[in-house]
Design a protein around this ligand. Structure first.
Ligand code: PLP
Length: 441
């Protein structure tokens, strides 16, 4: 390997050429700044600047004392891909909705007036847009524009990319939705973790993240994944007041469980926020395979979002939008959602009850598809021991940008849990915890 150049741009360019040609493999170390500066006969600051640019461009990563290494595509945990799911294990790991509580998408595709649109068609189905406008108008008390994206993750990524640049700090919940960690890492943003309690983001933690320079906040107003927390009206007002002091910060509210949430929506975006979006994915109540989310946002953000959609995928398939519209306008689907709301609340309540009966701590009553369980033993060891007993669940550290966080937490997906399963799982977890305690003591 021979890195050349006398300016930061030349040195960075030389490294990029070698990464592109394969001479420098992912994860290989770049020479220490001091050594390379001496070799090239340049100031150390020049090499340091070159390395910083490579990190900002996502070509390299810093490893603290371990120096700078060539970046690799990060290995990211994903929803639905449960660790240890398979064989005879019961899947309490996937984070998926119950397929029995999703409507019939194929039947909806055949109803209505789908007429094979061609290039040049408006990006949003008029009927779907009207439904979305009415839905958002109940919760947003100022002008907004609507758009359709390929799901919430897509909306979040495009919104962040519209307003931020690599290296910017983004406040996200800790713990948080797996895809948020992936989105930030892949786009080169730094994360400012904001602790969550039973009422959502903690105000002191949000304030600290904003004071540290966060340029965007991504917040789940209810049925937080993985903890099940939902904002109370009081907490939302506190967060709104803090955000009002930072009107240039992009506020993204990811209301992913909207139609099937047992809790009301409380808004955290203050009237003074210049850039904001409320994102409502249909994944949890029409099905994740529709890959579709409805977005309400300020005018500037929608223009950016629209431009980014046009440049890449052009529009979200009108067939998918047609299906979503047919389903959202169908009173039978509303009845199904009402049932889903009750069933999900009953199942998570049941699991919490059974766990409590075994003396296992669940910090608050959750909403959503998951229950966040607090253990006083190592969660990874508990997950492994549960796998031996036929249960797949996920360890808490996966849901944080900091791999050392939440060492005693596990996430248990309650979406499809039955009464006998809840009972048996709670008993198995209690005995796993007892075993781990006695082997630790
Ligand atoms: C917090 C959160 N947001 C969004 C989603 C859904 O994202 P998408 O619309 O991209 O399917 C999920 C799914 O698990 C989630 O937990």
């Amino acid at each position: 390997m021979r890195i050349r150049g006398t300016t930061a741009a030349e040195i960075a360019g030389s490294v990029r050429d070698q990464v592109a040609s394969g001479e420098l493999a992912p994860q290989s170390s770049l020479p220490p700044v001091r050594a390379l500066a001496a070799e090239l006969g340049v100031n150390r600051n020049t090499v340091a600047l070159a390395y910083r640019r490579l990190v900002e461009a996502g070509v390299a990563e810093t490893r603290g004392r371990g120096g700078t290494v060539v970046a690799a595509v990060p290995q990211l945990a994903r929803e639905g891909v449960g660790v240890g799911v398979g064989g005879d294990r019961i899947d309490l790991a996937s984070g998926n909705p119950d397929p029995e509580l999703l409507p019939d998408t194929l039947a909806a595709a055949r109803r209505g007036d789908y007429n094979r649109p061609l290039y040049g068609v408006p990006a949003v189905d008029a009927g779907l847009d009207a439904w979305a406008r009415a839905d958002f108008a109940e919760d947003i008390d100022r002008p907004f524009r609507t758009l359709v994206t390929h799901g919430a993750v897509d909306a979040t990524e495009r919104l962040l990319d519209s307003h931020l640049t690599r290296g910017d700090l983004v406040a996200i919940e800790d713990p948080c939705f797996l895809a948020s960690i992936g989105t930030l890492r892949l786009s080169g943003y730094r994360s400012a973790p904001v602790r969550v309690d039973g009422a959502g983001m903690r105000p002191d933690a949000l304030r600290a993240a904003l004071e540290a320079g966060a340029r965007a906040v991504v917040c789940t107003p209810r049925a937080h994944n993985p903890t099940g927390a939902s904002l109370t009206a009081e907490r939302a007002a506190d967060l709104r007041a803090i955000l009002a002091e930072h009107p240039q910060v992009l506020v993204i509210e990811d209301d992913h469980f909207s139609a099937v949430s047992a809790r009301p929506y409380h808004r955290i975006t203050p009237p003074s926020s210049a850039r904001w979006a409320l994102v409502r994915s249909v994944s949890k109540f029409l099905g994740p395979d529709l890959r579709l989310a409805l977005v309400a946002a300020d005018a500037e953000s929608t223009v950016h979002l629209e431009a980014r959609l046009s440049a890449g995928t052009t529009w979200v398939s009108r067939l998918l939008q047609h299906i979503a519209r047919e389903l959202l306008l169908d009173p039978r689907v509303h009845e199904l959602h009402e049932r889903a709301r009750e069933v999900y609340a009953r199942r998570s309540g049941l699991l919490v009850e059974r766990l409590h009966a075994q003396g296992i701590e669940v910090p608050h009553r959750p909403d959503g598809l998951n229950v966040w369980v607090q253990l006083d033993v190592d969660a990874r060891a508990a997950v492994a021991a549960l796998a031996q007993r036929g249960w797949a669940v996920r360890p808490g550290h996966l849901f944080s940008p900091d791999p050392a966080a939440h060492p005693g937490s596990i996430r248990v997906t309650s979406a499809t849990v039955t009464e006998p399963q809840a009972q048996a799982f709670a008993a198995d977890l209690a005995s796993v915890v007892a075993e781990l305690r006695s082997s630790a003591g």
